[in-house]
Design a protein around this ligand. Structure first.
Ligand code: PHE
Length: 454
């Protein structure tokens, strides 16, 4: 989920497939789109479907008694004295979302296949880090801040992925002269963790080659910061997850982000799987300076975490679509500021439909490695497929899987077969209704992606 900053396998599109996309993917194009009451001109980069644009109005993370609002407040109560920014609009420039953080010009996160663009100059933020530089500018020396917001990424469809989700970003500036104080704070935090039942698997605080300290940083001004970052986050999870018979098990691993070094990620063990919860690290001097601070004097750590990932296990919410439900049987179960177990109100049966089709002639052969990573494969953007299915089926679509994918040498064409699982959270679906939706999806795939149904 927290993947935007990570390098993904990336292959340039062949000229032929670019033409195919230009012709089919975004016809018919509106000349303007309206987002949060503001009207913007569209261009050849526009890929924001109305169904996604509507989500910006929801403001779930500041609407009691929504669980995401409760999580936001629980996190804030753990970071005393940090200033909160919870109202920053999701419409940003690529300069803010990427350039201000030093993303290279060819970073895969910038691709239209990965992110939602209103036009070439305006997009939906893909992470709360888009606001780091601006917020640092408003933060006094040795200050701390939090920012919770809705973020948007084009993504696959299943019970734990949704193209909109929420993140809480947090950061703390510490003066290099205050490292002894920080070490004492770290000792105190460590004692708290020892006394608790949490299992924390640590990783080295840096690696000279793969996760280095910045050239201008002395270890004595970074290592206490890296420790403080990990300890503050571990104690956050200790305080959020109630002590239970099975102790909470978290592990730190090294990571890579364009604006932090060293960098880490945190995973939590939940239902026999490791769930990626957050990315974090020590902010690069360049970013500190862009944020109006003197990198020779101030160090900073920052983290960004997906809060649905915390709310799902904590509140027992089994499907990420439920957070967007308008059904009062969802809303009425929660009380502001309180963690309670969600009682599932729907076990309505799923309905499956398969669609098999040939991709247009000229689409490149599937490439196993890049296919596994998702994204753009030989000019075929899987995310275009997911968006069309969501645009027509909305939240009735629970899951979509490609279950067959082959190359026909004689035809020189690639064939895909997808299985769509429809399920309503609120009622039983009629067969006729599902057939109608499937027909409309098929028609749109044919018209926009120039596929040929088999
Ligand atoms: N923005 C990163 C993500 O969404 C997380 C992050 C935040 C990493 C702050 C480093 C510092 O994956």
């Amino acid at each position: 989920m927290l993947q935007v900053a990570r390098a993904r396998p990336w292959r340039p599109l062949c000229a032929q497939s670019i033409q195919a996309r230009r012709r089919y993917v975004h016809a018919p194009r509106q000349r303007t789109v309206t987002v949060l009451g503001e009207t913007y001109p569209t261009d050849d980069y526009t890929n924001l479907p109305p169904t996604i644009a509507e989500l910006l109005e929801r403001r779930l993370h500041v609407t009691p008694p929504h669980p995401l609002n409760t999580i936001r407040k629980l996190i804030a109560s753990h970071f005393e004295g940090f200033k909160s920014y919870d109202d920053l609009p999701a419409v940003v420039t690529p300069a803010l979302n990427f350039d201000s953080l030093g993303f290279p010009p060819d970073h895969p996160g910038r691709a239209r296949g990965q992110s939602y663009y209103i036009n070439r100059g305006i997009m939906l933020r893909t992470h709360t880090s888009a606001h780091e530089v601006d917020i640092y500018r408003q933060t006094p020396r040795s200050g701390g801040w939090l920012c919770t917001a809705d973020v948007y990424r084009r993504d696959e469809i299943d019970r734990s992925h949704y193209p909109a989700f929420h993140q809480t970003e947090g950061a703390r500036l510490v003066n290099v002269a205050d490292m002894d104080k920080l070490k004492a704070e770290n000792e105190e935090l460590r004692r708290g963790i020892k006394a608790s039942r949490i299992i924390m698997e640590d990783c080295p605080d840096f690696d000279a080659i793969t996760n280095p300290l910045q050239a201008s940083h002395l270890p004595e001004t970074v290592l206490p910061m890296a420790q403080n970052l990990k300890l503050r986050i571990t104690t956050l999870f200790m305080s959020i997850f109630p002590p239970s018979t099975t102790p909470l098990h978290v592990r730190w691993t090294p990571d890579i982000f364009p604006w932090t070094s060293p960098s880490f990620q945190l995973e939590v063990r939940y239902r026999d799987a490791w769930l990626e919860l957050l990315g974090c690290g020590i902010i690069l001097d360049d970013t500190i300076a862009r944020g109006g601070h003197n990198p020779a004097e101030e160090r900073s750590w920052a983290f960004g975490m997906g809060i649905e990932r915390i709310a799902m296990p904590l509140f027992g919410v089994p499907d990420i679509r439920l957070f967007w439900s308008k059904d009062e049987r969802f809303w009425k179960q929660f009380k502001d500021g309180q963690v309670s177990k969600f009682q599932e109100f729907s076990k309505y049966p799923p309905v499956e439909r398969d669609i098999a089709f040939w991709l247009p002639v000229g689409m490149a052969k599937p490439h196993a490695a890049s296919h596994a990573a998702g994204g753009e494969v030989g000019g075929w953007e899987e995310n275009d497929l997911w968006d069309i299915i969501r645009e027509v089926g909305g939240d009735l679509v629970e899951d979509v899987k490609i279950f067959d994918d082959f190359w026909n040498e004689a035809k020189g064409r690639r064939s895909l077969a997808i299985r769509i699982t429809f399920r309503s959270m609120e009622r039983s679906l009629e067969r006729a209704e599902v057939n109608e939706i499937t027909d409309e999806i098929t028609a749109k795939l044919t018209a926009r992606l120039a596929v040929e149904i088999r």
